[in-house]
Ligand binder design. Sequence first.
Ligand code: SAH
Ligand code: SF4
Ligand code: F3S
Length: 468
Amino acid sequence: MANNITYKEFSDENNYTALSAEVMSIRARGNSPMACIRTYGCQQNVADSEKIKGMLFDMGFGFTENAEDADFILFNTCAVREHAEDRVFGNVGALKNIKRKHPSVLIGLCGCMMEQQHVTDRLYKSFPFVGLVFGTHSLHKFPELFYNAITAGKRVYETGVDDKTVYEGIPIKRDGTFKGWLPIMYGCNNFCTYCIVPYTRGRERSRKFDDVVNEAKQMINAGYKDITLLGQNVNSYGKNFEEKVTFAQLLSEIDKIEGDYWIRFMTSHPKDCSKELIDVIAGSKHISSHLHLPFQSGNDRVLKAMNRSYNREKYLDIINYAKEKIPDLSLTSDIIVGFPGETYEEFLDTVTLVKEVEFTSLFTFIYSPREGTPAAKFDDPYSAAEKSKWFQELLKVQEEIAAKRCASMVGKTVKILVEGKTDKDGILTGRTSGNIIVDFPGEENIIGEFAYVKITKARNWILNGELV
Ligand code: SAH
Ligand code: SF4
Ligand code: F3S
């Protein structure tokens, strides 16, 4: 069915899960072994952590938020910006004391940072108390790697092998009971010049159509009400298949599943975001009125230097088509400020695009050079202080837009998914299909259910409402 990509069922032939369970029951400090898993980065990492927890659960582990109580501490790391990496190094450093106090504790690191040679070299040299290191391509080998790390008496490092394989059937322990992540593809082939992800996650590979649809069915039957389909570029879903399938077709197949639920997806890439996809959303029953479509920059020269393969006009064309077809559409985006060589005038093209589209919310980042990416070698003449000033300017523009958008919702009645309590007594919080937060008074027994609320007030980007 697919070319270049191999599909395999997860298997634990050598029974590492059972062997680890035996060893850990002896090593554990409490009645049963405890794991503390901390996840950095994007939903892709969150979904990976849910698989690691699934495997650990089968080994008899319980879970704790407190590293002090854990027999196994694992950080699932992100490499997308320098700040994310610095946080990990800082927090790993702090684990040294725990290891000193409880030498039986195993400290591990996994995720995107571990697929960078300079990172693992530094860890090996400077963090000898880290006993297990594995990259994004070794997730399916976790039971074996874990067993080796707790029995071999030496550090286990397993990184850098992209075997271009999709592993199905890895156990999953999901964090949520009504909101869940559903990866539909892994990796990325786009090589945007600033981005480390293609290096840390390998080549793009889609899960098989039926595997995705069946998992969606299972989740909906299990009571999940808000399911996000995940991929770095969901619009290129199915491109590695011999028999052509589009992301729009996958969405419309999932939309046919009976039940009361919402489907979301992220991330869409403007270069592959088709009108067919917009038509499917417009005509669907369950696909949320929310499109996260990162444009990164509003200037054509910068977009070209970023290797984004679309221009401002094409982006606005798809946005305007989507607005026309889906009148209550909520749009969100990612933006990079201060890409190497971006001038103030070019940055202003980003500001005018933000004003023109009127996004619900934005994820705005200051460019961070990533070792090994082309842009890290580009001339970068503008200072951090300057970039930070532009960044603030953009935030201010977006704040006004978000406030205006929220204010326009006052008086309307909207369907929301009730997500939990707020810190205020008796006040619950939920989200609209467009991903806007609504706080309202209510009883806890409706958490995890859909409800209708009338919007009474707007506070910048959060709404207040009353149950109807
Ligand atoms: N695949 C997604 C994005 C994944 S990374 C997409 O293409 O939209 C999430 C966001 O991080 C990106 O959209 C981008 O805005 C930001 N980002 C990625 N690399 C960055 C870098 N080197 N510096 C600053 N922001 C970056
Ligand atoms: Fe990175 Fe671009 Fe791939 Fe997104 S599409 S993950 S920004 S390389
Ligand atoms: Fe970070 Fe890796 Fe996601 S680098 S943003 S965790 S794909």
